[in-house]
Design a binder for this molecule. Structure first.
Ligand SMILES: [Zn+2]
Length: 278
């Protein structure tokens, strides 16, 4: 699931800076790429400033196939170099190399964290970046700030040959997906699964099993996928978040999310399981 085992994460950049590196350059949350339809190509340079851009900040990310990877932020309104554009990350799925896409998904979160964590929330003084770990520290009270990560569960509920899909108000027209929600402080992942399904559709579940996880950088979630089995109740939409929900058989599915998402991988897993068992 979005596994990138070739990428080795790191914080301390190599001492030697003469080799070309992948540069993940963001203007807000948009990534700088060469557009060569149907592909998008990432700049590979010793330093991004070679391309004439001025970086507000730079971070070393790690290595992909022994090539260093860096991320940088440029100011709003910066004009991209000739032949290049700033492109939204979601739109690059499928046109950017998949390994690079998932590194970009890390990079955008680091740049966002850097931009939004400049001052200590306790004393208001500017933070210092730590050189040996991905953290910032307050020089006055020593409070540490790490990149934000919000765990969220997503669960595919099964009942015989049917699965439970729901549509949230802010989904694209006609699209249904598995139920998902943020984990609350003090809650286990399994408790979050039970609560979300109960709150959103009034259904009780059992046999909760871990499926897979996926970083979801829009803006800083970690999706933790589960399967579960129906244990009781009738669908009732209580919390105003869900517009419609229902039990679907695999040959009568509504519109479902694209292949980038763990929701789709859960649904595809169920479809394959149904096909195997008839
Ligand atoms: Zn402080």
């Amino acid at each position: 699931m979005a596994q990138n085992l070739k990428f080795i994460s790191g914080v301390v950049p190599p001492a030697e800076r003469s080799k070309p590196a992948w540069w993940f350059v963001f203007q807000q949350s948009k990534l700088l790429v060469y557009q060569e339809p149907p592909s998008a190509i990432l700049p590979c340079l010793v330093d991004i400033e070679e391309s004439g851009l001025t970086a507000l900040s730079k971070h070393y990310l790690g290595r992909l196939d022994n090539r260093p990877c860096y991320t940088a932020e440029v100011a709003e309104g910066t004009v991209p170099p000739a032949g290049m554009t700033f492109e939204g990350l979601r739109r690059l799925y499928g046109s950017l190399d998949e390994d690079l896409f998932w590194i970009a998904a890390r990079a955008v979160q680091i740049v966002d964290w850097d931009r939004t964590h400049r001052f200590c929330g306790r004393c208001g003084v500017p933070l210092n970046r730590k050189t040996t770990e991905r953290a910032k520290e307050c020089p006055q009270c020593c409070l540490l700030y790490f990149p934000r990560l919000a765990p969220a569960i997503i669960v595919l509920v099964q009942r015989g040959n049917q699965l439970l899909l729901a549509r949230s108000r802010h989904f694209m027209e006609g699209m249904y997906s598995a139920l998902a929600g943020f984990v609350e402080p003090g809650e286990s992942l399994e408790e979050a699964v039970v609560r979300e399904v109960r709150e959103e559709v009034g259904i009780e579940v059992k046999d909760i099993h871990y499926f897979a996880s996926q970083p979801w950088p829009f803006p800083h979630s970690l999706m933790i996928g589960f399967t579960a089995t129906y244990a009781g109740g009738e669908i009732s939409l209580n919390d105003g978040e869900i517009e419609n929900a229902g039990w679907f058989e695999v040959d009568r599915l509504p519109q479902i999310p694209g292949k980038i998402s763990i929701a789709r991988k859960l649904i595809d897993w169920f479809i394959e399981k149904q096909e195997r068992t008839g």
